[in-house]
Design a protein. Structure first.
Length: 210
């Protein structure tokens, strides 16, 4: 029996992290829930490329329902998950998660995601507050001196400036060019500073220094 609202279709979405992982568990659970079609991506949680998800989103119509096995199969992060749910809600599409027993077509399911949304906004406010504080500290340090330098290239990178650059980058509200303008350095210098302060940091495609 379909889990969609009357007149709508139920679309199942599954994601496995690699081609070696077995997708049968998720597929079986989705088919048992009565979905009309299953879309499957083979991708890690952090990747932006999800062709099956994009294809499914293009097929959705008002009254449809997206069914997933577990919440972490859908969103790359809490913020991404909430943004997707908000998009679905605006399009008149419901979301049902089997493991967490969440259904956004019900009052209880909507309440849960309103709480998630409030938490995500709280996180964004904290990041913005830390960024403003870091910028103010960096300006003061730049005028009166600061802690010993971490390394030196085009300009003196203090620990305060490194923390400010990382905070701005992690907030998602500033690109590298904006960070460079605020700190008075080149984008290439920002890339090197971030890379040396976090060896696992990789510049996004399209923003890498040529």
């Amino acid at each position: 029996m379909s889990t969609a609202t009357p007149g709508g279709m139920a679309f199942g979405y599954a994601r496995v992290s690699s081609t070696q992982q077995d997708e049968a568990l998720q597929r079986d659970a989705l088919e048992a829930a009565g979905v009309d079609r299953v879309y499957i991506d083979h991708a890690s949680g952090a990747t932006d490329s999800r062709p099956a998800l994009d294809e499914m989103l293009g097929q959705l119509r008002p009254g449809d329902t997206v069914v997933i096995w577990r919440l972490d199969r859908l969103g790359r992060s809490l913020r991404h998950l909430i943004d997707l749910v908000a998009e679905l809600e605006q399009r008149g599409v419901g979301l049902r998660s089997l493991t967490e027993s969440i259904d956004t077509s019900t009052p209880g399911g909507k309440l849960i995601f309103h709480v998630f949304g409030a938490l995500a906004e709280f996180e964004r406010d904290l990041i913005r507050e830390r960024t403003r504080a870091g910028l103010a500290a960096a300006r003061v340090r730049g005028r009166v001196g600061g802690r010993p330098t971490v390394w030196t290239e085009e300009t003196v990178w203090t620990e305060e400036k490194v923390r400010t650059a990382r905070s701005m980058r992690e907030s998602g509200d500033h690109d590298v060019a904006a960070i460079a303008r605020v700190l008075g350095v080149s984008p290439a210098s920002v890339y090197r500073a971030l890379a040396r302060s976090a060896t696992n940091w990789v510049p996004p495609v399209g923003e890498r220094d040529s």
